[in-house]
Design a protein around this ligand. Structure first.
Ligand code: GDP
Ligand code: IMO
Ligand code: MG
Length: 436
């Protein structure tokens, strides 16, 4: 299979885990390039078992696939080791198949405390919290860019680890206490004792993953590069400041793994047949009515990481056209089409109308003021209630109203829908064989 990036094209939870797992059987390596345990990627195996992965790449369920966690990821070693144990308890071999970049940054207990303290402060001051997952992601990336971060490689040198932890914890405790007025603080000795033994458990996984990946590219091996979060949560191209602190967009795959742009052959964007968002921030097609409730209930739209209800709305082609552009998307995987089967009517946002002067807008903006001054313009479709989608062996066998909706999405986002997902299972997918 050509080297492929699979990323989210909306606000996350599009079904990336399912699509990566599905395509992983055709590749040698699956590599995660950014984010951390804020991600929750669900994979449903043919035997009925279901897993939510936060850090381990979604290729782990294919025995001959090597999995890589790149330098762009921020790793909570406690969460990672727990995930490894959970997977191994289910009979899946992880040792010898999972490799972690020595340059990836660590998430520390103080990052999680700071994440929560910063959110609480925003709530108190102006009610404008981001609605983070509380996994310490923002503060860990802050330290990375402030050149204060502690990296995976530091676990292997106890003396230097202790020194760096002492310095950082003193600073963070001061910040927690004096700036945030928090009663919580970190105990230096307890954290040192907890973290200095991680070298034994982590050692077997740690390597120079950029070297591993570039050697694989040279040897003609095939790579699947797994994005977490999504393009509209991108720190540069998302709805800032209601975003995550990394680059889930395609460029992040190069910087987060140390591979050259020319090594990437194609970019598959995963999009839901409607839209969801967890956390705060603009969402032009959000439905705050019965229809939104129905989407949440039928689509089981509750966060895989935090359990929070996801905000739901119609498919926003203006937003997806934008993320297709930013990512150089070559095709789309459309998921959860089955969830729309309950609807009398299905709507697709094709343009926005600017409220102040009635002007029609075709291009997305990440400017919050402008986003607050628009309303979506919809094209409406007859529902396909009770029509049997599960029996379809290919897209052409789907009921006519469904085909009409799919063709309209393709027209509006200007890219082909190569994969269509009509259920959480691997086999509930149309078109995936052709994509390989
Ligand atoms: P990710 O973060 O992008 O990997 O997505 P999540 O795992 O957070 O959320 C997607 C949810 O939808 C998971 O519960 C999947 O099992 C489920 N899912 C994926 N594809 C489909 C589909 O086509 N239909 C239905 N009904 N569920 C799906
Ligand atoms: P996957 O990979 C959906 C959202 C949070 C919040 C914002 C910032 O499963 O699609 P953070 O904890 O990253 O600082 O939170 O980003 N968010 C996600 N939303 N899916 C995710 O991951 C997300 N990861 C972060 O809800 O709005
Ligand atoms: Mg998710």
């Amino acid at each position: 299979m050509p080297n492929t990036v699979v990323l989210g094209s909306q606000w996350g939870d599009e079904g990336k885990g399912k699509i990566v797992d599905l395509l992983a059987k055709n590749v040698d390596i699956v590599a995660r390039y950014q984010g951390g345990a804020n991600a929750g990627h669900t994979i449903q195996l043919p035997d009925g078992r279901s897993f939510v992965l936060h850090l381990i790449p979604s290729g782990i369920f294919h025995n001959d696939v090597t999995c890589v966690i790149g330098n762009g990821v921020v790793i909570d070693p406690v969460a990672l080791l727990e995930e490894i144990r959970m997977i191994e308890a289910e009979g899946i071999t992880v040792k010898g198949r999972l490799f972690i970049s020595h340059n990836a940054h660590l998430i520390m207990p103080y990052h999680k405390l700071l994440d929560k303290a910063a959110e609480a402060r925003l709530m108190k001051n102006d009610g404008g919290s981001v609605g983070t997952t509380g996994r310490g992601i923002g503060p860990a990336y802050e330290d990375k860019f402030a050149r204060k971060g502690i990296r995976i490689v530091d676990l292997l040198d106890r003396e230097s680890l202790r020194e760096k932890l002492r310095r950082n914890i003193a600073e963070k405790n001061e910040l927690l206490e004096k700036f945030y007025g928090s009663v919580e603080h970190c105990d230096v000795d307890a954290i040192i004792a907890e973290y200095e033994v991680f070298d034994q458990e982590m050692d077997t996984y740690i390597t120079d993953t950029a070297l591993l990946l570039n050697r694989a590219i040279k040897d003609g091996k095939s790579l699947l590069l797994e994005g977490a979060q999504a393009a509209l949560l991108d720190i540069d191209f998302g709805t800032y400041p209601f975003v995550t602190s990394s680059n889930p967009t395609a460029g992040g795959a190069c910087t987060g793994l140390g591979i050259p742009p020319m090594a990437i052959d194609r970019v598959i964007a995963v999009a839901k047949a409607y839209t969801t968002r967890v956390g705060n921030g603009p969402f032009p097609t959000e439905l705050l009515d019965e229809t939104g409730e129905t989407l949440r209930r039928v689509g089981r739209e509750f966060g895989a990481t935090t359990g929070r209800p996801r905000r739901c709305g119609w498919f926003d082609a203006v937003a997806v056209r934008y993320t297709n552009m930013i990512n150089g998307v070559t095709s789309l995987a459309l998921t959860k089409l089955d969830v729309l089967s309950d609807m009398d009517e299905v709507k697709l946002c094709t343009k926005y109308e600017r409220l102040s002067d009635g002007k029609e807008l075709e291009h997305f903006t990440t400017d919050l003021k402008q986003l607050a001054n628009i309303r979506p313009i919809y094209e409406s479709f007859e529902g396909w209630k009770a029509a049997d989608m599960k029996g379809a062996g290919c897209r052409e066998e789907l009921p006519q109203p469904v085909q009409k909706y799919l063709a309209a999405i393709e027209r509006e986002v200007e890219q082909p829908l190569e994969i269509i997902s009509i259920g959480a299972g691997r086999d509930e997918t149309l078109g995936a064989r052709e994509v390989a």
